[in-house]
Design a protein around this ligand. Sequence first.
Ligand SMILES: Cc1ncc(COP(=O)(O)O)c(C=O)c1O
Length: 397
Amino acid sequence: MEILSHRIDRLAESETLQMAKLSRELRSKGFDIIDLSLGEPDFQTPKHICEAAKQAIDDGFTKYPPVAGFLDLRQAIADKFKRENNLEFNSEQIIVSTGAKQSIANVMMVLLDPGDEVVLPSPYWVSYREIIKLGEGSMAAISSSVDNNFKITAEELEEAITPRTKIFCFSSPCNPTGTVYSQSELEAFAEVLARHPGVFIISDEIYEHISFLGKHESIAQFESLKGRVIVVNGCSKAYAMTGWRVGYIGAPLWIAKACDKMQGQITSGTCSISQRAALTAITSDQSETVKMRNEFQRRRDLVLRMLKDIPGIKANYPEGAFYVFPDVSSLFGKTDGQQIIMNADDLCNYLIYHAHVTLVTGRAFGDENCIRISYAASQERLTEALNRLKEAVAKLH
Ligand SMILES: Cc1ncc(COP(=O)(O)O)c(C=O)c1O
């Protein structure tokens, strides 16, 4: 008899990974599938970072590393916060984890008690929702739509906060929408949050280096929030290092210490070799990151240009990350003569079988009217994918 815990039973399977699995299955049957479902840069990790990892093996970095990360890496991250974001953290306030995902899970687990609320702008990254469940907290989503480029306002944030709110968590640049909050918009959030001193802020800045607006802005810059912001970041997106699993936080010391304790009982320190590679990634020349960012911007422009030509798809204007999150609700109720498209799930299914393009339903991110298109693919493949989408959508009437 299978009796899983209540905890795991409540957890949803990742829709992104489900779509990737379906892509693999169809590919193994010989179909030319273009997978635009994944949140992963398609570039290889820059060579000098790989070399640093090889050197680390030769230098004997093969033992258990410190749970919170090697001290020189933690110091390099503290220096990065000062240099790039003008934020003051000392090395004790930095905890290196097995990916930003673990960093976020650590923080939620150490702050949430059953019934505590986490306020999230919606659409949101899927894992926030599931991690909140694991922490036995409850989620309060603030919805937004394509018409305001998926931005919530300070007034909406104020309205969502209740005496039970413990955390406000958001990503900018955002997955799945690519939305980037400006400094003045963040300042307006900070003014609201200053009136609610019991609320902690998880600022997920994993897409910091894939922003097309120039200087990245962090909500941690505002004096009124001092001691309450946990900045989450990592190497996955900036350095195409998704497989290396290195994330980190800069946090108030007591939260950093609690996260150290938490991961000390679950994973211990992040892979020693990955940590040495991360040290090189963070401290070396950043030109590879800039090149990747520029290529993402060209792809964003290409995808937006081609989406304009597809009737029924209303695209937002992403200013960062590598996703477009168009509203496709005007296609609902249409049919290709065989199947009626009732919702975004149906459309994604239709597109994988009829266009051989894999996308993710917006439902996974809290918005049933949308689909997520990842443009982490070459311009050639994106052009082919968008042409196929146009053709498949044209068959719907
Ligand atoms: C918004 C957001 N936060 C965090 C992560 C996790 O990144 P990592 O690979 O460092 O765990 C992702 C990955 O897709 C993401 O999109």
